[in-house]
Every structure is written in C-alpha cells, then in structure tokens.
Design a protein around this ligand. Structure first.
Ligand code: CA
Length: 230
C-alpha cells in the first residue's frame, strides 16, 4: 500500500511546516504550497488524495480554490478539508457548499487533524462502492463485479481497476502516463507498455459482451472510454 498523498495549502510558514511535520509522521506523503498558484502546479504533478486548504491565502481564497477544483473534471474526486481561523458557523456552511468534504478550525491539534483526514479518506474510498453503468456494462463497486445483461464478465484485478477508472472518467482521453499514475499509483514503477498489455486484456474480456469497442485508442494521445461512435 503506497502512502496517501496530502497537499497542504497554507501561506503561514510556521503552521504549514508544523502541519507537514505531523502528517509525515502519521505516514502521509506531504506536499506544501504557500498559495493557490503553487497548489495548482503541485496538483497537476503529484495527484494528491487529499488537499488541506487554508481559507485565507494571498492570491485567491481557499474557498475559491475549492470551488474551482470541484468544478474541474480532473480534480472533482480530490478530497478537500478547509482550514480556517474563524469558528463562524456560516463559514463552515459556505465551505461545505463550496465542495469541501470537511472543515477544521485553527488552532487544531495534530491528533484532531489526523483523525479528520482519516475519516475523509475513508469516506472517499467508500464512494468507489457505487454501481456505475455505461452502455451494456454494469460495474458493481461493492462486489467488484462487472456484468453485461446480467452475465458476469471475469476480469483480473488490474483490468477491473482500469475499467473502473475509465468508466468513471468516460469521454476523456488519458495518456499512458496518466493511467499509470491514476490506476497503478504514481510510486509504482511500471513501463508504459504495461498499460497497453492490460488494455488488450480488458478489450478481450469485453469482447463477449460486444463492449470491447468502448475502450478506444486515440492515436498519439492515449485511451478513452466511450459508448459513443461505436
Ligand atoms: Ca492563511
């Protein structure tokens, strides 16, 4: 199991460093940004599981950043905890309405923070239990089963994860590198052609259901799951 990645967006250096210290000690891989611009750059390169975003930031408010991320297809599944110095109930509500998964008020203890992070990450993991359907395919996240018209399609664990990712991110093209990062995890060293091997296996498994065409090769770009144009 690779360490979960957390991005800390906080302009006050002392607080940022202290938070990073405690989260590293709790076993997380930590990235630090002092403003939204840095946060965007780190988000694009490192794909964190959770972002801890301070409300008051120099270039854009943490609430604005949260809203922007939740509207972005690429980051809408990123878990977000808003941090604020204000214990105002209205702030809490607007933070949550902006898309944050939870809210923590400064000053907080490292213990409380870690507990909140664990709870949010656990909830995020459970959301993969949902049933996703597209075209003739139905994927049951809780049972880890894929079927077509009630007929089960047998898939290996990697093919399952790959299909789950593609079905939940349909109609978008992902490069081999992006798929490695999102399906295999960024810290795992695998060659890019591994992706092609698993795509081939997945297509083969989907042939019986005539759903192999859903996995489309986009020349020079990567792969896309689509139920259109097939
Ligand atoms: Ca601040």
């Amino acid at each position: 199991m690779t360490a979960k990645k957390i991005l800390i967006v906080e302009d006050e250096q002392a607080i940022r460093e202290m938070t990073a210290f405690h989260l590293s000690r709790a076993g997380y891989e930590v990235f630090e940004a002092q403003d939204c611009r840095e946060a965007r750059a780190l988000l694009a390169d490192n794909r964190p599981d959770l972002a801890l975003i301070d409300w008051m930031l120099p270039d854009m408010s943490g609430l604005e950043l949260t809203r922007t991320l939740k509207r972005d297809k690429e980051f809408d599944d990123l878990a977000i905890i808003m941090v604020t110095a204000r214990a105002d109930e209205r702030d809490k509500v607007s933070g949550l309405e902006g898309g944050a998964d939870d809210y923590i008020t400064k000053p907080f203890s490292p213990r409380e923070l870690v507990a909140r992070i664990r709870a949010v990450l656990r909830r995020a993991a459970n959301s993969t239990d949902e049933v996703v359907s597209a075209g003739v395919l139905e994927l049951d996240g809780a049972g880890h089963r894929v079927s077509s018209s009630g007929q089960e399609i047998k898939l290996g664990p990697t093919e399952y994860r790959l299909l789950h990712f593609l079905m939940t991110h349909a109609e978008r093209v992902y490069s081999r590198t992006q798929l490695l990062d999102r399906v295999w995890g960024a810290n795992v060293y695998v060659e890019e052609r591994t992706v092609d091997v698993h795509i081939r296996r997945l297509r083969k498994a989907l042939t019986a259901a005539s759903a192999d065409d859903y996995i489309q090769t986009v020349r020079g770009a990567g792969y896309r799951f689509s139920i259109r144009d097939v």
